[in-house]
Design a protein around this ligand. Sequence first.
Ligand code: 6R9
Length: 660
Amino acid sequence: MSTNIDSLQHETRRFAPSSEFSANAVATAEIYGRAASDPEEFWANQSRELLQWEKPFTRTLDWDNAPFAKWFSDGRLNVAYNCLDRHVDAGHGDRVAFHWEGEPGDSRTLTYADLTAEVKKAANVLTSLGIRSGDRVAIYLPMIPEAVISMLAVARIGAVHSVIFGGFSADSIRSRVDDANARLVITADGGWRKGKVSPLKPTVDDALAKEGDHSVQNVLVVRRGENAIEWTEGRDRWWHEEMATAETEHTAEAFDAEHPLFILYTSGTTGKPKGILHTSGGYLTQTAFTHKNVFDLKAETDVFWCTADVGWITGHSYVVYGPLANGATQVLYEGTPDAPHPGRWWEVIEKYKVSIFYTAPTAIRSFMKTGRSVPDGFDLSSIRLLGSVGEPINPEAWIWYRDVIGAGTAPIVDTWWQTETGAIMVSALPGITTAKPGSAQVAMPGITVDVLTDGGAPVGNGSGGLLVVTKPWPSMLRGIWGDPERFIETYWDKFDQPGATNRRMYFAGDGARLDEDGDIWLLGRVDDVMNVSGHRLSTAEIESSLVSHPIVAEAAVVGAHDDTTGQAVVAFVILRADQEDAQTPEEANGILRSHVSEQIGAIARPRQIFVVSELPKTRSGKIMRRLLRDVAEGREVGDTTTLADTSVMQIISDKLHGTT
Ligand code: 6R9
């Protein structure tokens, strides 16, 4: 098998930071040198500077039992105290922590003093329900302030939260509750989504009613949707009733730096989700550091909005822990981007004067599809920095984001990281890096990554391979809950080099290419890499080429079995709204096949292009290529239960019947 991932597309546009931005930036270029000369000392200094330790640590990294790392292990701190009380103690109690906006237009403002008071009460409620340090608490809530309050209250008493995204099914809840033996579930009657109340408590009831014993003793219910729900006496409690009678004072006890903070489930290559475990001191250090430096945070003046749900790692690290550790002012929004109208997000930005905006390429592409007239109707002049996360951002979407949302001037940080890495690992730093649209670019200061061949040799500049992290980092996962073997096998066995100083390297599962400058271009998951006639081609790269054509709104590419070439490129495209009637599928097919051929080369020309109206996506917006591969290879479509909209595959097959 060829070990090089071929990359034939060239992107030559460059965007240097303005001198004004650079002059005022939080991070300055010397930070890289400082971090490189002694990464451990660098992280130790960051941790001391950004956090308040009740007992200072003397040991930075313990890697003796690799790949089980310990950071700052003899130090003690309270994570919630670092996110709350200490800002109030420093005189910032009146600073807004959250401008919360409900989908139907109701809103709430919580200052740091308010949030601290709520979390103290909630911590007392949890204790009164028998929750103790180390116990697991499942949280299944919409994007309302109580989601953040619950997470911090759990952290404050040293318990461990497992947030389950509000779109997941009863089965998913039950398997997560069982895997972690959660004692308590915090939920809401319902939450607002796309103009109506979507029920949550009934799904928790279903989950707990399933066959077999479970560990849950209580269900704490926030009133939000005001939908009718059933009540299990003795088990169920109203949040507002418990909070009304709770003690208001609560002293945060310090816990060890390696005390578990949360478990977050993420899908792996096999069916069973992995419970990714994160701990306290290292996680908080790196989320705070990256939030401050990547987003150039000026806590007194900025308004930060990360659109991720707290059910995902991005919500954990850049709605809750990083920003709150830094005392930032944020927007928290309950609903979907297009309800009750397509300009809802831009209206929120205008209303709260959001200055730093962090979202996903899938959202950006869907806004491109509707066209710039929607955002152009709002005042977005408060924006000074834009971020992207979750997938490779194709250069066209990058340019659109900068031009339309960032007024052609806002720097963009494309941040690569994972549930497992806990915090941003690869990204430009906005006052320093000259941006290249489509490239995540450089490792964070203090982080070392490389791109290797299958055999473990560095590919060097100008070639592609597998992305690895070569040294332990503070916010790294500490394990898979209850499954140390799977932890080792999944991430650490592939590049284990007995005898080498850096014996264990972390295998991220992503393909990447180093360009001539050594900048990193992410090429998608390695299972999304195709092998066509011995050339390894990235799905992301061909998708990027397709969406760069003016008739295309979205594209997904898969490698389908082909007798001659091994795999063949098969593409699924959604045309832009104004193009749907202008081209027949056959015409679109011809235009786009030659476009890809011209842009990348004949080797990348899709064998087939299907024009569709929807693409199958997970609830976090990642395209499920596995299902498209089933269609492309003429198989029965596999398990669709993790799709955000399970009817999409039916819509696609219906459409294909009519058009091919
Ligand atoms: C934070 C998050 C992780 C996977 C990761 C990669 C993809 C994330 C990316 C990116 C290219 C970026 N990914 N950020 N690919 N450029 N800036 O998304 O975590 O849900 O665990 O997904 O997402 O494939 O391996 P998670």
